[in-house]
Design a protein around this ligand. Structure first.
Ligand code: MD3
Ligand code: FE
Length: 206
């Protein structure tokens, strides 16, 4: 389903076996060193979703090769299989001509407990205009997709469920978006996950 030009939602894209494999990988990546951390914003705020990065470390508002705002460790490597998954996602959602020439080299993994949210923001710290690939695991959330020029309404709210793919390319790449709520207890029981994980794949252009 095309929610806006370049923004395509593919429900249930990851089958149960692939959801399991991605969740198991996320649990490994979440372990120290360079594991799951709480992100602090320059204004003194704290993000409620906790995060782990692969390839490049994101902190507000730049990328580094070490966890500059955490334990200082080198960032974990971005595995080839994840880049392959990203290219396949773009091909299926937007078509082969939308697959970027440069390889996917960043994964940002956000973990949401039942109270976590993400305010409306734009992702502008990458130097490349390649589509962002988003994969959801665990609890359902309300994902809010807005506009490029303003943080304000109108919004389109979409429920994202475990296994869903969302690709944001073209004119949607710099649109405002956020996660106003998670629905606790809605994850598939087989995953054994209390909460929600979102994996985004990006091209750094660095
Ligand atoms: C639209 N993550 O990591 S996923 C983020 O569910 C982020 O954790 C949310 O916003 C989450 O920056 C939303 C959907 C998403 C991700 C990246 C985008 C939508 C996007 C980048 C550009 C435009
Ligand atoms: Fe974002």
């Amino acid at each position: 389903t095309e929610v806006a030009p370049g923004a395509v939602h593919v429900p249930d894209w990851l089958d149960p076996e692939r959801q399991r494999a991605l969740l198991d990988a996320c649990r490994e990546w979440a372990r120290p060193p360079a594991g799951l951390r709480t992100v602090r914003t320059p204004g003194g705020g704290t993000m409620t979703a906790r995060q782990v990065c692969l390839g490049w470390h994101w902190y507000p508002y730049a990328y580094a090769r070490t966890v500059v705002d955490g334990d200082g460790s080198p960032v974990k490597p971005f595995p080839d299989w994840l880049g392959e998954l990203g290219r396949r996602a773009v091909t299926e959602a937007l078509g082969p001509s939308a697959v970027p020439a440069a390889p996917y080299d960043i994964a940002l993994i956000n973990f949401y407990d039942g109270d976590a949210r993400m305010g409306m923001h734009r992702d502008g710290d990458e130097q490349a205009d390649a589509p962002v690939v988003s994969l959801s695991l665990g609890d359902t959330c309300v994902f809010r997709f807005g506009n490029t020029g303003t943080r304000a309404k109108p919004y389109t709210d979409v429920e994202l469920r475990s296994g869903d793919l969302f690709v944001f390319g073209g004119p949607s790449r710099l649109a405002y978006h956020g996660v106003p709520r998670v629905r606790p207890g809605t994850a598939p029981a087989r995953l054994g996950l209390a909460g929600r994980l979102n994996v985004t794949l990006r091209v750094s252009g660095l």
